[in-house]
Design a protein around this ligand. Structure first.
Ligand SMILES: *Cc1c(COP(=O)(O)O)cnc(C)c1O
Length: 375
């Protein structure tokens, strides 16, 4: 019989660089197929915010699976309406539309911006990441992943992240929306200057372009507020959410300001906002609500513990720049039982479950410092 590694090599497209198999998760810990335990500061890439297999999440999924797994959007889904209310109130925005991933949420946001503005073009930023579908890829900067697929049918300019003069020059009467990450995640936790979001708001208002804030990674409590834009005083026109929304059950969403919405027939999806995802989303929301007040302090523990690296910290989005040594640090930490992630440009990204304890943080930073001393 073939091993799973041989099957993977033979039958699965080699898009990912994989290192090991994780067979079990509980809280902030995961175990590999040799029974080795790891403290997980990756959390399925900022997805498993309630920790692995939180009992309330498991229970909600199982209960819903016994009742009804799928019914399509031809019929009412009570959990969908309930989760939409929670998200709308938490964001201070209007109506919600669910999808199944971050990229799908961005695609929905681009469609909504196009159809309501009557304009075609978009502006994003250098090093912004928004997803891998044709639409979301068109507003994703990284040339190596975007250019092989051009033309993508959407014109997008990419001024420098944080550069409001560059943005002003790029936005014009054909700009449907400016799409941006309030904190850049995939690139390694880049926090923009404080005037950035207010500046984007002003430039969008002057040009009558919409402001799409991509909260796929930074949203759902990750930064200590429900959404990262809430650290500023501005309100975007559309936000996208996904990663942390349903504890690992595939789900994404957009929320638009009051009055900005799709009309009947303009958008749709078979699976989106289904009963299982909404059951997981509703309990996830309640768990995060409890955790929210403690998240900033947890981030400060990382800031203190990783002071030697001059880290960038906003709640439990933590990053620092190491350059060429970044993969080696991740490898050494893995050997020592702590999972961290190498993001773009030699940056380390730490996005643990929001349930992580002070003891776990102290242990993790100890291991990271020790590993760094061995490079
Ligand atoms: C991960 C991510 C996406 C894409 O989400 P998928 O679920 O992988 O499609 C989009 N935007 C941001 C900011 C992300 O971090």
């Amino acid at each position: 019989m073939s091993t799973y590694k041989e099957l993977d090599a033979k039958y699965y497209m080699p898009c990912f660089g994989r290192s090991m198999e994780i067979v079990k998760g509980e809280g902030c810990n995961v175990w590999d197929d040799n029974g080795k335990k790891y403290l997980d500061l990756v959390a399925g890439i900022a997805v498993c915010s309630t920790g692995h297999c939180h009992p309330q999440v498991v229970d909600a999924i199982c209960r819903q699976a016994h009742e009804l797994i799928h019914c399509s959007n031809l019929y009412y889904i009570p959990g969908q309406a309930e989760l939409a209310e929670k998200l709308s109130k938490a964001s201070g925005m209007g109506k919600v539309f669910f999808g199944n991933s971050g990229a799908e949420a961005i695609d929905a946001a681009l469609k909504l911006a196009k159809v309501r503005s009557g304009r075609k073009n978009f502006v994003s930023f250098n090093h912004d990441f928004h997803g891998r579908t044709i639409g979301s890829l068109a507003v994703t900067h990284k040339p190596q992943i975007r250019e092989p697929f051009e033309p993508l049918g959407i014109h997008c300019d990419f001024p420098d992240y944080g550069d409001l003069e560059g943005l002003k020059a790029a936005v014009n009467k054909d700009t449907a929306a400016v799409v941006f990450e309030p904190i850049q995640g995939e690139t390694g936790i880049i926090i923009p200057p404080e005037d950035f979001l207010p500046g984007i708001r002003d430039i969008c208002d002057d040009a009558r372009a919409l402001m799409i804030c991509d909260e796929v990674q930074s949203g759902m409590g990750r930064t200590g507020k429900w959404f990262a834009f809430q650290h500023s005083k501005v309100q975007p026109d559309i936000i996208s959410i996904a990663k942390g929304i349903a504890s690992g059950v595939p789900m994404g969403a957009i929320i638009a300001r009051e009055g900005l919405e799709f009309t009947k027939g303009e958008h749709g999806s078979t699976f989106a906002g289904g009963p299982i995802a909404c059951a997981a989303g509703n309990v996830t929301f309640g768990i995060i609500e409890q955790l929210l007040p403690g998240i900033a302090a947890k981030g400060e523990l990382f800031r203190k513990g990783l002071a030697a690296f001059n880290p960038r910290v906003r709640g439990l989005m933590v990053g620092f720049t190491l350059g060429e040594a970044a993969p080696k640090l991740a490898e050494l930490c893995m050997e020592k039982g702590v999972l961290i992630n190498v993001a773009g440009d030699g940056n380390i990204r730490i996005v643990p479950p929001l349930t992580i304890s002070a003891d776990e943080i102290n242990y993790a930073v100890g291991v990271i410092n020790e590993a760094a001393g061995q490079i």
